[in-house]
Design a protein around this ligand. Structure first.
Ligand SMILES: NC(=O)c1ccc[n+]([C@@H]2O[C@H](COP(=O)([O-])OP(=O)(O)OC[C@H]3O[C@@H](n4cnc5c(N)ncnc54)[C@H](OP(=O)(O)O)[C@@H]3O)[C@@H](O)[C@H]2O)c1
Length: 246
């Protein structure tokens, strides 16, 4: 039986997504697929073996087109997102809707579009790259930190949507194999464009913290993803495999 795994990373032009595809492409038993909004020399430079799709989380048509090119998929990693410091008290509703469009509606469009490809294989794994900033428990704490505001609002909604996908997909399969695995995964504090947000850098400096390189986060994420099965579905984990409170 073939052990080949087909893994798609949405939002792979830079940062954690790019590192995930780099590491997946180095695996002999894996077909790595990365998406970018336009032409992406960084992805093209990885390895001629990888497949690159054009996909914009805000554009249903591009998502449908990308999905139609992938008949089978083991693992869908929804990584792409926007994130900056936009407190809800001073940010327009229109701006908040941009966060929700990119970080919640975009993943909704993507997950729905790729369900047929996931159903065509037995692995049926959906990994949403979320953020501890979306943890209600942590954000409702007086010592809450992070980008907070609109970003945390969107990541909390993303987390809830992943749980809803879990609930509905589990029912679809009843008690029979194969079962679905849907998780939210916090990648840690990572020195990417998003992780280098000036607000985060200031917080980190005060706490004596340094963002880890994207490759380190990606290595941890893939180790966690490799160990996932349906018993871990509907959980919120970090890149080390530790549970993050919802
Ligand atoms: N860095 C951290 O410390 C940290 C911490 C917690 C969670 N996260 C999460 O980790 C994930 C990756 O973040 P990162 O740090 O690697 O951020 P990043 O370096 O800013 O990269 C963001 C990625 O998302 C893509 N993206 C943004 N809008 C998109 C859209 N409309 N359609 C398709 N792709 C889009 C970007 O593509 P373009 O190049 O086309 O813009 C890029 O590939 C995100 O979900 C983020 O929320 C990061």
């Amino acid at each position: 039986m073939s052990t080949e795994q087909i893994v798609l990373v949405v939002g792979a032009s830079r940062g954690i997504g790019l590192s995930l595809v780099e590491q997946l492409a180095a695996r002999p038993d894996t077909t790595a697929i990365g998406t970018a909004r336009g032409s992406c020399p960084a992805l093209e430079a990885i390895n001629p073996k990888i497949k690159i799709l054009t996909l914009d989380l805000l554009d249903e048509e591009s998502i449908q087109k990308a999905a139609s090119a992938i008949p089978e998929l083991d693992t869908l990693i929804v990584n792409g997102a926007v994130g900056a410091r936009d407190p809800v008290t001073i940010t327009s509703t229109e701006k908040l809707s941009e966060y929700l469009n990119a970080n919640v509606l975009g993943p909704h469009r993507v997950i729905r579009a790729f369900l047929p490809a996931l159903r065509a294989r037995k692995t049926r794994r959906i990994v949403g790259i979320s953020s501890a900033g979306g943890s209600l428990v942590r954000q409702a704490h007086p010592a809450a930190v992070g980008l907070m505001g609109c970003y945390s609002t969107s990541k909390a909604a993303f987390n809830m949507m992943l749980v809803q996908f879990h609930n509905e997909l589990q029912k679809e399969e009843e008690e029979e194999e194969p079962r679905w695995t849907v998780v939210a995964l916090h990648p840690g504090f990572v020195a990417t464009d998003m992780g280098k947000n000036p607000h985060l850098l200031k917080l980190a400096e005060t706490a004596g913290m340094v963002g880890m390189p994207p490759a380190e986060s990606a290595k941890g994420i893939l180790k966690v993803v490799d160990g996932l099965d349906y018993t871990k579905s509907a959980s919120f984990l970090d890149w080390k495999g530790d549970v993050v409170p919802w």
